[in-house]
Design a protein around this ligand. Sequence first.
Ligand code: AGP
Length: 753
Amino acid sequence: MQCEKTIPPLSFGLSQNLLDHALCQYFYKVPCLKSSLLQFQIPRKSQRLLSSLYDYLLRRIRIRSRRRKMCGIFAYLNYNVNRERSYILQVLFNGLRRLEYRGYDSAGISIDHSSSDPKTSSLPPSLVFRQEGNIESLVKSVYQEVAETDLNLKQCFSHHAGIAHTRWATHGEPAPRNSHPQSSDPGNEFLVVHNGVITNYEALKGTLVRHGFTFQSETDTEVIPKLAKYVFDKAKEGEGDQTITFSQVVHEVMRHLEGAYALIFKSWHYPNELIACKRGSPLLLGVKELNENASNGSAFHDDNFLSKSGHPKELFLSSDANAVVEHTKKVLVIEDGEVVHLKDGHVSILKFDKEKHGGLSKVAAVQRALSILEMEVEQINKGNFEHYMQKEIHEQPESLTTTMRGRLLRGGSCKAKTVLLGGLKDHLKTIRRSRRIVFIGCGTSYNAALAARPILEELSGIPVTMEIASDLLDRQGPIYREDTAVFVSQSGETADTLSALEYASENGALCVGITNTVGSAIARNTHCGVHINAGAEIGVASTKAYTSQIVVMAMLALAIGGDTISNQARREAIIDGLFDLPNKVREVLKLDQVMKDLAKQLIAEQSLLVFGRGYNYASALEGALKVKEVALMHSEGILAGEMKHGPLALVDENLPTFVIATRDACFSKQQSVIQQLHARKGRLIVMCSKGDAASVCPAEWESCRVIEVPQLEDCLQPVVNIVPLQLLAYHLTVLRGFNVDQPRNLAKSVTTQ
Ligand code: AGP
């Protein structure tokens, strides 16, 4: 391993200001303070008190530094291959379109001007375009500006580095000045796109202002390019002719940043180079070789591949695999503390670690092999569907099949049916010995865990408790070494769930991840886990991930639960049910038109109640969540057992009330709930098992609507029962004229707390 020459850290002047210094260093100082204080001769009890006080403080600080924005970053670099400016623009715009689903309110890009010499042109060498609103308004404004200037769209670049960004406003309103790329100065010497939050930006800004910088935006990000310029100028002053490399500039900048970030730097001092680095926020490098000899696959397995220059290639950086997969499947998931330098067709990676008492120390150049993205381009297209949500609802038979592929074993007649979860097999004994299993998640992922809770309790005999991630953190709820904490997250990047993971891990629990996103923070930071393999989910409303999560957790229950004679029949029935599940979902999807007709009847309603219990309490919560988040209609999922303790007061002949009453141990109780609702003239819509219509809704109840669904093993019934509610939410949204895939105010990955 080879170390790059380090430059001595520049005196940035932070220590001149005690407050700045304290702000910049507090995160790392807390543990040191703790150990020094504990050296004093103080009573044991007080020591313990002090120790837990500092642990608490440290946890709060870490949680604070994890807050990230829901922005998207993308970069495209072509090396040794001619690309017209219009092509480069298209690649950048497309990259942004692929990030759109994450949620954003403004966007921007930077490309090169014809001349790389700022002295010979009135325009700066790096052009920046930023716009409030959607990608299409950015595209429009770029072409408008292109037409007004001498910019030639046909101009070819054999080397070029472009960057792009979608912004979700946190610091400063959505406006061009607050959009990224953020710039160091009017000449755009250094440009940065950022996903994350810089927690010490105020201190940095104060220092930079004292050094003569003026700020144009209200963002936390603007300190980064300005800091880069400061570092660069200082090095130039001090080193005379000696040049400072781009990665040295970025390293120095990173030393001063606190918080979470994924960053891409572009600078006309380093033409056709890009630097990306990250701490906390996701970042991915995609590599596309354009040389036929090099694309025979052999180079792919070569760890040195990244250091081969000369071959024409295209390189992509993105916070999301969706923006890369249409170009290449060869990717590298960038790890925390890594700095990736793209220069002359060469990719070098340097790994930096935290120094003992703060800051970052450079460790070494890292050799990494690329991996293959397990996703298809079709997954990110709508196909024949009008919306991603619609497509994702309808592809559930296939996504469920993929979730179960290779994991369910049904041997010959003498062989038992069983489940194999490779990512868990080394930890099953520990999980079985746990005193408690704690499911932790947010939104739909929490609901999926709630649906799986009864079967896990039944098969494992271990108490299972439920935690909404933010609530666990707010309460600092007890988590013990003897606990198994299961983190459920489609994106694997949800800030609350990640902070809860950090908290559970600090408290010594075994942490298991259940996520859809390979290489995500949850996948990387848990001790073991299972990928749900549902394929890319782009609609903000989670649909196919929900059903795949339930299936994975049912398989988890089978894997943890002992294979005893007493439960053999039950286990086999569940495994048979799982095999049959895609067919059952195919069948229930035929209710599409029925649910559309129901949506037409409910189009003008203000509110919808959904009652469920047992296995289908989660279906009620999830159905109501779908309706409120996309159709923007108030909807409440209610545990039917609680009906008489309050919600019954709401029931009248106007309020639509949806009751889930499919066959299981709670069926007769649900029949009674229906009777009571009818007695109060409730406007009933009942979901029941096929053939049960008359048992839940006698023929004389004319106003009662019945939706019959196929019946299957009780613990798998929630997978089927949610589909009509997903369809209802979808059709209600379309009929009410709202945005299906990007509902108002919501983002796909909630990476901020
Ligand atoms: C689902 O429809 C929602 N968009 C939301 O509740 C989501 O499930 C939640 O934010 C958790 O996301 P995750 O699964 O990616 O962690």
